[in-house]
Design a protein around this ligand. Structure first.
Ligand code: NAG
Ligand code: NAG
Ligand code: NAG
Ligand code: NAG
Ligand code: NAG
Ligand code: NAG
Ligand code: NAG
Ligand code: NAG
Ligand code: NAG
Ligand code: NAG
Ligand code: NAG
Ligand code: NAG
Length: 719
């Protein structure tokens, strides 16, 4: 009796003391809203100024507000969102004031997953604009005689999704037909669509505020695996996920729960206390991050279940019984094993077929078959072949973790060494990206582009097989140069020229223009002769000739990302040029694209470089080997070229083809025939090479010094 009471007492007190949500000594909630850290009531209770919440006691119950924007908080999720009361914007409505633009302060932005921009009214064209650019919008018409609709489907009410990282609503409400009366009453608001779904839309219209969901992040970079000594702000037993904008979120690891932003906020989940969380047949033993099962005496623990051991009172009986039942069990096991094998074999074949289909295998097979020329270059591997090649995906075969997956080194049965990329992604939305990579790479045939040997679609995650490039990435090479092959000035120029050649080919010579979209030094591999090979086409996408740009969700690697693309979401060939410019600067300076915090004034290498050029301090930032080996004019010419590539205005940047010619001019100043010869070589090597009319154009203008005057703080907007 006593132990049971004690146990009850212990468990109840434990759950009462369940993980706190705020900092010690801080107010836990305001009215009905729990305020978890990093939010906090009062200055020292929040992570920083942006998360300060004020609790207004004049309301009953009291209401919390985000101090920086004076928005009422409805609910805070520790997963990185906050639901706020957001004003309805009106125009010409009786009893309401017009206008009300809304701006969000750092670290908040409208969540593109939860919000819809919604407009109401007859003949209403509602747009979110910024500096005359339309970001998004929708229109609603109205027909009094048709009153059947009950939702928001374009009649009297329209809705649209919004782009990510939107920080303002500057709404313009006008009539669709400019000749009609402009003075109708019109409404627009950003709204949490889950909330709105269940509401009477006409009732919503008369509200002054509606709920909207904001995303929040922490301003800072965190390190996976915690420890405040290493600069992370995540709890122990939490991992951090960092997006490209220097902002991060923390999540408790599986088996832990709580507030991952408090020093020891992630607490072990006691799986044993909750029957639905564990599968133990008898006793359950909680362990940090998991649980173990055990059995009472006389039983053998077997996974989650317990097997009864034979009683040893009469020995002979046990032996007879034991051997008989042993034999029986053995037979049963054998039979079961055989059956299982058979079932598994069938299941596996079915699964393989399913994966093959789901992974777009049929589509790809068709694509490859329809194009006879590429059939030899891209081969469809079976999962068996790849398992053998990688020794069952042995850990010590891992070459690295790339942007979208893990890369293994493997050996095919014919002795060829290959790199096998196993994608991380499982969701079908991203399969397009994968098929994309296969199709693009099977079209490309260039000596400075990593060659695709084939792929395997029978596994759960699709896999790509590439030629193996032995000498690592340019990024590593810049940092760890070997004794016998130092990264000389000539080699740097050659690598730059080779990469430029490959990109120029992708942009203009291939059958359809291909933008790489993620040029960076870690995506430039080096072979045994230190020739550059461009790799990782995961997010590249070919476009047809009549389109000049693509509008997509911003993707890429921070530090290399074209600021123009970042602002407009329109990816052009000049965005690749920008990234290439950053690689050129890396080659010149030996620095990483994102500078360590000591150079506080600008954290991106690109803006640091532009600033140095402006202030005539180029010599200070050059790599010592470049300074020693490069001719002054050569260095200046390359630096000017890089500067042009990094121009904020994409139109002013040179094309990739112009860069190739400029680099060749720098490498072979006396030799006019080289450039033409190079082009001939390219034409010979590549089936898709087109005419190279640019060979005859003048290139003198490249060397004119045109230092751009706007330079620093390119990424001000990102924070
Ligand atoms: C906040 O913390 C700082 C430094 O830890 C301290 O100097 C200051 O007095 C604190 N303010 C309040 C209101 O507790
Ligand atoms: C609380 O709300 C009332 C009514 O909106 C307002 O007048 C008052 O200034 C607020 N108090 C604080 C401390 O913000
Ligand atoms: C946070 O996300 C996890 C997993 O996605 C989910 O289980 C949990 O309920 C979420 N928490 C909140 C407060 O939304
Ligand atoms: C908001 O819109 C108005 C009129 O459309 C415009 O004058 C103003 O510059 C815009 N503000 C921003 C930040 O785009
Ligand atoms: C409104 O609906 C009626 C019938 O439902 C139709 O005859 C009329 O053309 C519609 N008006 C407009 C402007 O669409
Ligand atoms: C945290 O730091 C302590 C001492 O500084 C160290 O012993 C421990 O291994 C660290 N833990 C992690 C996960 O880095
Ligand atoms: C941290 O770990 C998570 C999963 O463990 C991973 O998804 C994420 O990319 C890692 N982030 C960094 C910055 O290494
Ligand atoms: C739980 O089980 C694992 C594997 O069976 C074992 O390695 C571990 O030591 C056990 N943990 C405890 C606390 O018994
Ligand atoms: C069974 O025999 C073993 C050794 O032979 C002994 O240690 C154990 O206590 C016996 N069990 C029972 C239930 O008698
Ligand atoms: C690069 O290749 C050369 C020649 O094959 C070899 O000697 C050198 O060790 C390689 N370097 C690296 C970093 O793999
Ligand atoms: C290029 O020409 C200049 C003068 O015209 C000469 O000094 C230089 O040695 C030549 N360089 C090469 C590599 O031929
Ligand atoms: C982010 O943090 C850095 C350094 O802590 C600070 O300089 C910067 O102003 C912060 N950004 C914002 C928008 O608060």
């Amino acid at each position: 009796m006593v132990p049971i009471i004690l146990w009850l007492w212990l468990t109840t007190t434990a759950s009462v003391a369940a993980s706190p949500q705020s900092r010690p000594g801080c107010q836990e909630s305001c009215g009905n809203v729990v305020i978890p850290y990093p939010f906090g009531i009062g200055a020292n209770c929040s992570f920083d100024e942006g998360f300060v919440v004020t609790c207004n006691d004049t309301f009953n119950p009291p209401k919390p507000f985000i101090k920086s924007m004076n928005l009422e908080v409805l609910q805070i999720s520790i997963n990185g969102t906050v639901q706020v009361n957001n004003p309805v914007i009106t125009s010409n409505c009786p009893g309401r004031t017009n206008g009300l633009d809304l701006f969000l302060e750092f670290p908040f932005s409208f969540s593109d997953t939860y919000n819809r921009f919604t407009a109401m009214g007859c003949n209403n064209l509602a747009l979110i604009t910024r500096q005359d650019t339309i970001i998004t919008g929708c229109m609603s018409i109205c027909n009094v005689s048709s009153t059947l609709q009950t939702g928001c489907f374009g009649i009297s009410c329209c809705q649209t999704t919004i782009p990510p990282f939107l920080k303002f609503i500057n709404a313009s409400l006008r009539s669709i037909d400019p000749n009609k009366d402009q003075n109708d009453c019109k409404y627009a608001f950003m709204v949490d669509y889950q909330w709105f779904r269940d509401k009477d839309i006409y009732a919503t219209r008369d509200m002054e505020y509606v709920p909207a969901v904001l995303d929040w992040t922490i301003n800072g970079t965190c390190i996976n695996g915690t420890n405040s000594s290493t600069g992370s702000f995540c709890s122990a037993n939490a991992y951090c996920s960092r997006n490209q904008m220097w902002s991060s979120r923390c999540y408790c690891e599986s088996g832990y729960e709580g507030n991952p932003y408090l020093p020891s906020g992630c607490q072990d989940i006691d799986e044993c206390a909750e029957p639905s969380l564990n599968r133990c047949e008898r006793f359950c033993l909680n362990t940090p991050g998991g649980y173990n099962c055990s059995c009472p005496g006389g039983y053998l623990s077997f996974g989650y279940s317990c097997l009864k051991l034979p009683n040893n009172n009469s020995r002979t009986k046990v032996i007879v019984l034991g051997t008989c039942s042993g034999l029986g069990v053995l037979l049963l096991l054998l039979g079961g094993w055989w059956l299982r094998q058979e079932v598994n074999r069938r299941k596996e074949t079915k699964l393989k077929e399913k994966f093959f289909k789901r992974n777009g295998g049929l589509l790809l097979q068709q694509q490859l078959l329809s194009d006879k020329g590429n059939l030899e270059t891209a081969k469809l591997f079976t999962s068996k072949e790849l398992e053998k090649a990688t020794d069952n995906y042995n850990c010590n075969r891992i070459l690295g973790h790339g942007g979208q997956g893990t890369v293994y080194k493997g050996m095919l049965t014919d002795g060829r060494i290959v790199a096998i990329k196993k994608s991380k992604i499982l969701d079908e939305g991203k399969l397009g990206q994968f098929i994309n990579e296969v199709v693009i790479l099977s079209q490309v045939n260039h000596r400075n582009v990593v060659k695709l040997i084939g792929c395997c679609l029978e596994t759960e995650v699709p896999m790509l097989v590439y030629e193996f490039i032995p000498n690592g990435t340019l990024f590593h090479y810049i940092r760890e140069q070997s004794e016998e092959f130092p990264l000389s000035w000539d080699l740097r120029l050659r690598i730059a020229s080779e990469v430029a050649g490959a990109l120029s080919y992708l942009h203009s010579a291939a059958a359809i223009p291909i933008y790489h979209r993620d040029i960076k030094s870690t995506n430039i591999l080096l072979d045994e002769k230190y020739r550059a090979k461009v790799s990782d086409f995961g997010i590249s996408r070919s476009i047809s000739e009549d389109q000049t740009h693509l509008t997509t969700k911003v993707q890429g690697t921070f530090g290399y990302l074209d600021p123009e693309y970042f602002q407009s979401s329109q990816f052009t060939d000049k965005s690749d040029v920008y990234s290439f410019g950053v690689v050129l600067v890396e080659l010149l300076t030996g620095e990483k694209p994102i500078l360590p915090p000591r150079l506080e004034e600008c954290r991106s290498l690109a803006s640091h470089f532009i600033l140095s050029m402006e202030e005539n301090r180029l010599i200070d930032i050059l790599d010592s080997r470049v300074r020693k080996e490069g001719g002054k004019e050569e260095i200046l010419a390359v630096a000017n070229l890089a500067n042009r590539c990094l121009d904020l205005n994409g139109k002013k940047r040179p094309t990739m083809r112009e860069i190739v010619i400029a680099l060749d001019r720098i490498r072979f100043p006396n030799d006019t025939s080289t450039i033409k010869q190079r082009c001939k070589e390219d034409e010979g090597a590549d089936e898709f090479a087109g005419p190279w009319e640019a060979t005859s154009t003048s290139t003198d203008s490249f060397f004119g010094v045109s230092v751009s005057t706007t330079s620093t703080l390119l990424f001000e907007k990102s924070s």
